[in-house]
Structures are given as structure tokens and as C-alpha cells.
Design a protein around this ligand. Structure first.
Ligand code: B3K
Ligand code: ZN
Length: 861
């Protein structure tokens, strides 16, 4: 497999202003003819050769200017034509087999319906085409099919006409007036029903909204939250970013077989059911938030992605990083800004930081890939969002908006680059981002070391930065790092105002006068920079900030740091028994304050109760011992639970009295209720079993029920079995809830978890052909440290077996399981050997997909 390099970009020699597609639909076979109006692209180096990408398809016939021709050749998967003139019409016919498409890329069948997924390179599995994002065309799509099997026929844009055909068929023709790249093409045909609503845009245009689900599944009643979220997102994008919707219809279709979360096809978003369906009985509060966030994300792509698209796939963060930032700001506005920020940082640290410090590290704008599907990563998405968020911090929200306005105005209708975005931001927001561009080109999480010196009434902050070496990037340059800081007077509990420091050198010092006594430093408030901070802070400072910092993120951060520092020392074995007890007591004291603080709302209290994740803790150590980290973390939790048992029981009781609603108060109550159980399960398992069983039985919503079942799944008493059987029987047939049933068991703290996973893989409801189900079982296990890192190496073997089995069916999903094994260099030697052996076994397989091959080679690298 060849490497594609960013520096090799060349414009395509041909423009394709118009495309007409004609589909004769069938699950087993669908016939496709494509007519492309092509003309030479004056902006490109001229070439008579027209390369049309294909993947697993062969042409049935080819016509040029309406005459059938044999003047074409195949070059590997691609079709090549040599065209003499300036402009031609090229027609190609293909036949594809949707029901046999297990990769779920291109046109495929899902529960009797037909749907598409084209990003990044799926369109070439449907027909021959210049399948690259810088070729923009207007599409006319005609489709015909059996009216009984496919009563609903959808594509991008507006419905132009429809009618009955012969032999029980019908047809529809759609036209999308907005030029778009092939990756935004979509088609859906099936027996669907829809929730409908309307939205009137700021300029007074009425938009018909519809959310489609499979008919007769009961899913329609679960689309209300998605519709409300869509309407809120449309309104918010007008108000906050000045972006108005631009078609007469906006359709969403929910599909149960889907590789990713959702897809922003122009005017016809296709969603994993997981991010559409929600009702109190089947969806948790977390699921409600995820639906709202993903609905908004895909909608926001209409501008950041569709109206302005990407020149090439190296620019992916241009649309993804920006759109993630947009959805984060939206969700913050819809709920609690502080809690949202904490959740986003938790994902960044738990997923992106490990990626950035491992063998798969890459800049947010990568330089090379073999399979682009492997670069839909936490780095491109989440770090990409952080990088744009830093621009917003540097400019302030108003000037940032000016930069965005200029970007949209200047590049509307174009395929743009990250550089275009940066330049628009420089001009529109009035920033000099010369050095800032390093955030796009350098991989690795910068590490900022801070030392505070206090002398007389002078305070000096000595800061230094180091960007670690990453694959292919041994030497790094210092980057501009914006840090919001405040200096607290521990006596008064106040500070003199927040300041924004920008550390743009390897080392720098910042001096403050007028501090008679040594202040307490609160740094990277709001997490203004996606960096790791290293500093020697007295425990008393962290306890102070955990109780008093007026920046809620910083307060959370102090609490985390208190625990991280303690666990790091405990795991390294450098603590005496006495020191360990002291450390635990300090944490218990801080937690007690959190439990008692009446100014805190429960949503925030719930965040402060969450212990730093195993992944984040491992990240703090050069070489991690997963067994030791897990053991110390659980022992700390048990100790805290025993010290605060009365408080946790009281909290659970208070929260249990709050009736179900979606208000922040009620959601907060549900959050702390299950947090209390998680603690008690370690400190007093018998009591926790009783309380969790009671919570399970009393539950009138999925948040309480899932929380209770999660705790029970990790315990060994009889209530575990009762609840698991009850849950399955209650929800059998509801795929999304059965996914939860698989996940809770695979993610549990139960000592026999690996045996449970093996048994579940044989369960009649388990299948390798549904990505949600595969992830529910195996991703839950792969991120469960006690299971995956079982000292026997069994967890690693199971993941390797899965990858080998899944790769021939669905390479994109299989390749996602490689990263957990790729962490081996940062794991203690015995486990590291077992992990490497698992990777080598995969590498030795006779034929691997390009997806899995690339990830395995990089991971062994
Ligand atoms: N743009 C899609 C991602 C599709 C990835 C396909 N391999 C979803 C999103 O980010 O909104
Ligand atoms: Zn996206």
C-alpha cells in the first residue's frame, strides 16, 4: 500500500460541474449509471487523462459524448480515459451488491433498507468518479425501486419529481443546487416513517424538517429529543455564528448499522440510531447529551464542512476541529458551561493525550497516510477543537467571530485548507498566528513546567515548555501556549483578577509585585491550553483550590491533581504507610468538603467526585504498571468510601427523593446517586449491593437503572444475576439497550470479566456484522483496564482474535481496536511483551486490510 503525502497535492486536471446519477435499486443488486459533465480545469496542469477512482467495481459500459467506447483502461481499481477536447460528457454504468457490503462504506443494506456512507472514500464503491473533496459538482439523482420494499426514496437537496413505474416500482428525482464533493453524496431507500417539524430561518424561509426511522419499530416515539435538539442547533448557529440554513428540507435518517456516529451529507444526514433515539425508559442522561451534541455537530457541518469544504483529507481538522468546537460551545450554552468543559477535557486527556504520546501520534494536520479512515482521530477532532479554541482565547469571542465571518465569506463554495482558516483568523480577528501555526504541524502534548518563587513582596513564575518527540518528529520548536492564571491570597480566599499569559519561548518568567505573603497559583484556568502542567505544589494549595477556586474548571483540576499526585507516589512505592494514610486523609477531607458544599449544584458535585481515569493516570508515568495503578486506585476508593460512608449514604438518600425530570437539578441528583454507589461498592460491597438492587427496582428511567446495574455487574452477590436477567428480558429486541447490557458486563469490575466476555461472544444476540454490537462488547473490554490488562495476556489475545476475525468483514471498525495494543511501549515489560506478540500475530496474517495493516505497522514501528 502506498503512502499519500500532503506535499504531493495537485489540483485535479478536470472539473466536473454536473453529475447525473441513475439508480435501479435492489438489495442484492443495484445498477448505477453516472453521467459526468467534465471540462478541463484551467487552474490545474493540463492532462488528457481522466482518472476516475473505483473500489471493487467494474464498468459495464462506458460512453463518451453519448457514444459507447472501448477506449478505457483499468489502472488497479481506477478507470482511465484519454479525452482529446476541452469538455465532454462521460457515462459509466456499474452494478453493485449492497447486501454483500459488510464494510458499510458506499451503498449498503441495513435491515432491509438501503443507505450510503461515502466519507472519506466510499463514493468510489458506488461508481467511478474523481473521489476527492476538491472536485465539486451539482448532483441530480434519479432512483427507482420496488414501491413495497422502498416506499421512501431520499437523496440530497430537494425533491424535484416522483411517480409510479412499471411492475410495482416507483421513482423519485432529487436535485441538490449546492456544488459538493462526492463524499457528501447520500441516498436512502426503505420502509421508513418520519417525525416532521418546521423551522423558519432568520431571513424568514421555511424549512421542512424530518427525522426518519424504520417503520413499525416504535423508534418514531424516541425522536422527539433529536428534533428539539435540531431546532435548537439551527437557531443557535444563526445567533452565535450568523449561519443560516440554505435548503428547503433538512432530513435525518437513523440507521442501526453504521461505522461512525453520524454523517453530514448535504441536506440528508445519516445517523447511527444511537445518536438519534432517546426516551427516559431507554436512554441515559449521557445519551440525551450525546444525541444533542451529535445532531448539532452534523447540522453545523452544513457551513463548516459543506459550504466550505476541505481541499484534501490532510485538511480534515479544518472541518472537524472547527465543528467540534462549535458543538462544544453549543452544548455549553444549552447546559452547564463548567460541566461541559470538564467533560470535554476528560475525553481529551483520556483519549487524545494517550494517542499523542503513543506510536499513532500525528499532528492535527497530518503529513502522510495510507488509509485516511485511520485519521478520524481524537487528535484531528478533539485536539483540533482545542487549537481553534486557543485562537478564540487569544482573540476574545467578538474578534473570533469576525475571523469566522471572514473565513465563511471568503471561502464559501470552495475547498479550503487549514492555512486558509488561519489567514482568515489573522485578518478577521487581528491576530498574528505566525508561530501559532506550529500547533498544526507539531504532534505531541506540550509539557509546561512551572516553578513559583516568592521573595519579599515579589512573585516570580518561571515557566518552561517541552514538546516531546513523536514518530517522525524528533525535534520540536516552542509553541505559543496561552494560560489563564490567578494568584490567590489564601487568607482572604480572593485573587486580584485573572490574567492571560502566553508562554511562547522555551523558558520565560512572569513577575508580580505586591504579594506580602506567598500566594496560591491557579493555572490553565478553564483549560485554556491543551498541555500537561508539571509543578511541585504543596498538598495544602491543592486542598485550598479544590475548596475555593472561583473557576469551576480549576476547582475540578485541583481535586484531580490532589488524587493524581497521591496515586503517582503510591504506585511508585515511594510512600510509607503513614504517608499513604496522610495522602488518603487529605483527599477524604477535600471530598468531604465537596459533599457538604451547599453552593455546588449536583452536576458539578458529580464531576468533582469522579476519580481520575486509569488512562489519564497511566499517562503520568513513563512506564505504567496497569495492575498496580488499578489496585491503588480501587484501594483509594475503598478507603474514601469507608471514611465517608455516612455521607455517601445520605447523599444517595437525598438524591433518590428527587423525581425524574430533565432539569439540571434532577439530572445532577441522578449523577451523584450513582457516584455514591460506585464508592460504596468498594468500601462496603454488601451495603452497595442492597442499595443498588433497590435503585434498580425503583428506577423509572434508564440513568438510574443503568447506574445500578453497572455497580451490580461488578459485585459478586446474587443481585447481580437477578438484575442482569431482568434487564435483558425487559429490553430484548431493543438493540441500543441490549448494547448497554453487553457493555456493562464487558466493562465491569467483576474478577471473571474475561470469561463473561467470552460467553457473551457466543450469545445469540452477538454479531460481528453490527459495529455497535462489536463495540459494545469488545471496546468496553479493551478500555476496561482490569480486563484488557489481565496479567495472563488473555485480554490482548482476545482483542487480536477479534481484529483478525473482523478485518475481512469491516476493516474500518477492526482497525480501531489496534490502538489499545499499540500502547505497549509505555507498559511494564511483561505485559508489553504480550501486547507486542498480539500485534505481531496480527501483522503475520496473510491478507490484512489497508486500514488494519497501517495501524499495526505503525504500532510495532
Ligand atoms: N464526517 C463524519 C465522519 C465520517 C468518517 C468516515 N470514516 C462524521 C462527523 O465527523 O461529523
Ligand atoms: Zn464532524
Amino acid at each position: 500500500p502506498v503512502e499519500v503525502r500532503r506535499e504531493d497535492y495537485r489540483p485535479f486536471p478536470w472539473a466536473v460541474p454536473q453529475v447525473a446519477l441513475d439508480f435501479t435499486l435492489g438489495l442484492e443488486e443495484t445498477q448505477v449509471t453516472a453521467r459526468l459533465d467534465v471540462r478541463r480545469n484551467p487552474a490545474a496542469e493540463a492532462s488528457p487523462v481522466l482518472r476516475l477512482n473505483g473500489d471493487g467495481i467494474t464498468p459495464l459500459w462506458v460512453k463518451v459524448d453519448s457514444a459507447e467506447t472501448t477506449g478505457w483502461v483499468m489502472d488497479g481499481p481506477d478507470l482511465l480515459l484519454t479525452l482529446p477536447g476541452e469538455a465532454h460528457s462521460v457515462e459509466v454504468a456499474t452494478a453493485i451488491a449492497p447486501a454483500a457490503n459488510t464494510q458499510l462504506m458506499g451503498l449498503y443494506a441495513s435491515n432491509g433498507m438501503l443507505c450510503t456512507q461515502c466519507e472519506a472514500e466510499g463514493f468510489r464503491r458506488i461508481t467511478f468518479f474523481p473521489d476527492r473533496p476538491d472536485v465539486l459538482s451539482t448532483y441530480t439523482v434519479r432512483m427507482s425501486g420496488d414501491a413495497g420494499a422502498f416506499p421512501v426514496l431520499l437523496s440530497n437537496g430537494n425533491l424535484v419529481s416522483s411517480g409510479k413505474g412499471e411492475g410495482g416500482t416507483h421513482w423519485a428525482e432529487w436535485h441538490d443546487p449546492w456544488p459538493k464533493p462526492s463524499y457528501l453524496f447520500a441516498l436512502v431507500a426503505g420502509d421508513l416513517e418520519a417525525r416532521r417539524d418546521t423551522f423558519t430561518t432568520c431571513s424568514g424561509r421555511k424549512v421542512e424538517l424530518a427525522i426518519f426511522v424504520r417503520r413499525g419499530t416504535g423508534d418514531l416515539e424516541r425522536t422527539g429529543h433529536a428534533m428539539e435538539s435540531l431546532i435548537r442547533a439551527m437557531k443557535w448557529d444563526e445567533e452565535v455564528f450568523g449561519r443560516e440554513y440554505d435548503l428547503d428540507v433538512f432530513n435525518i435518517v437513523a440507521v442501526s448499522d453504521f461505522n461512525m456516529g453520524a454523517m453530514e451529507n448535504k441536506g440528508l444526514n445519516i445517523f447511527n440510531t444511537r445518536y438519534v433515539l432517546a426516551d427516559p425508559e431507554t436512554a441515559t442522561d449521557g445519551d440525551y447529551d450525546a444525541v444533542e451534541g451529535v445532531i448539532a455537530h452534523e447540522y453545523f457541518h452544513n457551513w463548516s464542512g459543506n459550504r466550505v469544504t476541505c481541499r484534501d483529507w490532510f485538511q480534515l481538522s479544518l472541518k472537524e476541529g472547527f465543528t467540534v468546537l462549535r458543538d462544544q460551545l453549543f452544548s455549553a450554552d444549552m447546559g452547564s458551561e463548567a460541566v461541559k468543559r470538564i467533560e470535554d477535557v476528560r475525553v481529551l486527556r483520556g483519549v487524545q493525550f494517550p494517542e499523542d504520546s503513543g506510536p499513532l501520534a500525528h499532528p492535527i494536520r497530518p503529513d502522510a497516510y495510507r488509509e485516511i479512515s485511520n485519521f478520524y482521530t481524537a487528535t484531528v477532532y478533539n485536539k483540533g477543537a482545542e487549537v481553534i479554541r486557543m485562537m478564540r482565547v487569544l482573540a476574545g469571542p467578538e474578534r473570533f467571530r469576525k475571523g469566522c465571518d471572514l473565513y465563511f465569506a471568503r471561502h464559501d463554495g470552495e475547498a479550503a485548507t487549514c492555512e486558509d482558516f488561519i489567514r482568515a483568523m489573522e485578518e478577521g480577528a487581528g491576530l498574528d498566528l505566525t508561530q501559532f501555526r506550529l500547533w498544526y504541524s507539531q504532534a505531541g502534548t506540550p509539557r509546561v513546567t512551572i516553578r513559583m518563587a516568592h521573595d519579599g513582596d515579589k512573585v516570580a513564575l518561571h515557566l518552561s515548555q517541552n514538546v516531546p518527540a513523536t514518530p517522525g518528529q524528533p525535534d520540536k520548536q516552542p509553541m505559543p501556549i496561552p494560560l489563564k492564571v490567578a494568584l490567590f491570597d489564601p487568607q482572604t480566599g480572593a485573587h486580584r483578577g485573572e490574567q492571560l499569559l502566553v508562554l511562547d519561548k522555551a523558558e520565560d518568567s512572569f513577575i508580580y509585585q505586591g504579594y506580602a505573603s506567598r500566594p496560591v497559583l491557579s493555572v490553565n484556568r478553564g483549560f485554556t491550553a491543551p498541555v500537561a502542567i508539571a509543578q511541585d505544589v504543596p498538598t495544602s494549595d491543592l486542598v485550598f483550590l479544590a475548596a475555593h477556586d472561583d473557576d469551576p474548571f480549576a476547582r475540578y483540576e485541583a481535586m484531580q491533581e490532589l488524587v493524581v499526585t497521591h496515586l503517582k507516589e503510591a504506585v511508585s512505592g515511594s510512600l510509607s504507610d503513614e504517608q499513604r494514610d496522610e495522602g488518603r486523609a487529605a483527599i477524604a477531607g477535600a471530598l468531604r468538603a465537596v459533599l457538604a458544599d451547599e453552593r455546588l449544584d449536583d452536576l458539578m458535585r458529580g464531576e468533582l467526585l469522579i476519580l481520575p481515569s486509569h488512562a489519564y493516570l497511566s499517562e503520568q508515568m513513563l512506564v505504567a504498571d496497569p495492575g498496580a495503578i488499578h489496585g491503588e486506585r480501587q484501594a483509594l476508593r475503598a478507603d474514601l468510601a469507608r471514611a465517608l460512608e455516612g455521607e455517601f449514604v445520605a447523599l444517595h438518600e437525598r438524591a433518590s427523593a428527587v423525581p425524574y425530570s430533565l432539569s439540571p437539578q434532577a439530572r445532577g441528583a441522578r449523577k451523584v446517586k450513582t457516584q455514591a454507589l460506585i464508592y460504596l461498592a468498594e468500601g462496603n460491597p454488601a451495603l452497595a449491593e442492597k442499595m443498588a438492587a433497590a435503585q434498580y427496582r425503583a428506577a423509572d428511567n434508564m440513568t438510574d437503572r443503568q447506574g445500578a446495574l453497572m455497580v451490580l455487574a461488578g459485585l459478586q452477590g446474587p443481585e447481580r444475576t437477578h438484575a442482569l436477567i431482568d434487564f435483558y428480558n425487559r429490553y430484548r429486541g431493543n438493540a441500543l439497550v441490549v448494547d448497554k447490557w453487553f457493555s456493562l458486563q464487558a466493562g465491569s469490575l467483576h474478577p471473571q470479566v474475561l470469561d463473561h466476555v467470552k460467553a457473551l461472544a457466543e450469545h445469540p444476540d452477538f454479531t460481528l456484522t453490527n459495529p455497535n454490537r462489536v463495540r459494545a462488547l469488545y471496546m468496553a473490554m479493551a478500555v476496561n483496564p482490569a480486563a484488557f490488562h489481565d496479567a495472563s495476556g488473555e485480554g490482548y489475545r482476545m482483542v487480536a482474535d477479534l481484529i483478525l476475525q473482523l478485518d475481512p468483514l469491516n476493516p474500518q471498525t477492526a482497525a480501531r481496536f489496534v490502538a489499545p495494543l499499540g500502547r505497549w511501549r509505555r507498559i511494564e515489560p511483561q505485559r508489553a511483551n504480550l501486547m507486542r506478540a498480539a500485534l505481531e500475530r496480527i501483522a503475520a496474517a496473510p491478507s490484512l486490510s489497508r486500514d488494519t495493516h497501517e495501524q499495526v505497522i505503525r504500532s510495532l514501528g
